[in-house]
Design a protein around this ligand. Sequence first.
Ligand code: FES
Length: 148
Amino acid sequence: MELLVNGSKRSSKASPETSLLSVLRDEFDLTGTKYGCGEGQCGACTVLLDGKAVRSCRTPINTLQGKSITTIEGLEVKGKLHPVQEAYLKVDVFQCGYCASGMVMSTVALLNQNPKPTESQIIDFMNGNICRCGTYPRIVTAIKEAAS
Ligand code: FES
């Protein structure tokens, strides 16, 4: 089936119930989206679907007809990082970096729907994204920076 990924039509040969995460990583070679738990619990696999955050590990491709999928690879425009990526770099958020892609994508989704979130709204929205290194305070700082 055809999928619209980062503004380009991509054709997948996978069966309809295959997860978007598998298709992105294994078929399209978009490995910026990470496999964490595979059960919708960690947020490492977060991508945008029509601008909203979804867990790609729990999203079968047969639900995606006509929808616009954005992965971390799609945030950069003409060699320029997205302001959220710039803010995360400026604050030097990450340690191991495994959660980075999901954190950034969730942040973009948050700021799409609420450009000036309060700290409690940030914490509430980002609650489902897990960072095993515990960089949460810096993540909140970076989101405030991106929203400023
Ligand atoms: Fe999808 Fe953990 S890998 S939520």
